[in-house]
Design a protein around this ligand. Sequence first.
Ligand code: PLP
Length: 367
Amino acid sequence: MPEVAYLDWNATAPLLPAAREALLAALGHPGNPSSVHAFGRAARRTVEDARAAVAALVGAAPPDVVFTSGGTEANALALAGYADRPVAVSAIEHASVLAARDDAVRIPVDEDGRVDIAALDAFLRVRGPALVSVMFANNETGTIQPIEAIASCVHAHGGTLHCDAVQAAGRVPVDMARQGIDMLTLSAHKLGGATGAGALVVRAGQRPAALIRGGGQEQGARAGTENVPGVAAFGAAAQAAVGGLSGAAKLADLRDRMEDALRAAAPATRVLARAAPRLPNTSCLALPGLDSATAVMAMDLAGIAISAGAACSSGKVRPSHVLAAMRVPADVAGAAVRVSLGPSTRQEEIDRFVGAWSSLAARRAAA
Ligand code: PLP
């Protein structure tokens, strides 16, 4: 089988060697972190070391970190945990945020996917101290929000800002204290940890009501015996991510050169959200009129893994609510695919993708 180019890091990042090591080490030791004997204390140390590493990644204190089963649960905890407050979410949030509260007001975005702060301000003027959820960076387009300006607006009205930083953490600097974020969602498998672990980081003064009740784990914020191996891998990945931030400029350069090469070889190619600040690794592309599922399959046949539509719903391609909110025309939105790179992506993988994409465009033009 020819070597596969994995260009779908926003769906899940390959497990980092350090995370794998931490995972296997934790699997090899019995011990419930709530047990008082030596085995239990060792498991507790593993969890608390990971908590400190996760907190350090996002400018928080270790007690702020509530481990969950992933980003989806952390988003549910943040939004459902403040059921008594009015809530606004940006129109381009991940499905797990949009589904968490039926009564959420959706704040519009501009053509590059940036939140309309004037509309948010108008909402807060009427509804008062609300819960607002705006993602740090979008999973489909990579658009980065002006999060500090959004935080100032929310706080000026006495509100609370939750931020889904699942795609941003480890790719761009995230600092809750400096950026004014009150609650933040993380997912281990986007960072090089394993699936099934994540966190809601809650700054002092905030306290969402627990969704899962029972034992008093996670300071009562989330009951259930901790996923020690998953948490251990999460901690290792978070630690690696702090060191990896310095590679962002190189990654952005690789992505930008890929987009330039695609547009030179296949001029019909559209790059979405290019005018906005974006994650260094993400590119949302379209050959207008060519169904995105067809493009993904053509790339798969060429040994290249990319995604169509929303990140987490690959395999069930639906029109993207993100691109609809950006008012992207239907023939472009229906053709959009996401290419996402990582620190170990090689130039030859990009070259293969550019070659396969250009042949697809040429076959389409000739048809
Ligand atoms: N939020 C964003 C922005 C995501 O991209 C994803 C997954 O792709 C999630 C939340 C859900 O995270 P998890 O897979 O850990 O439940």
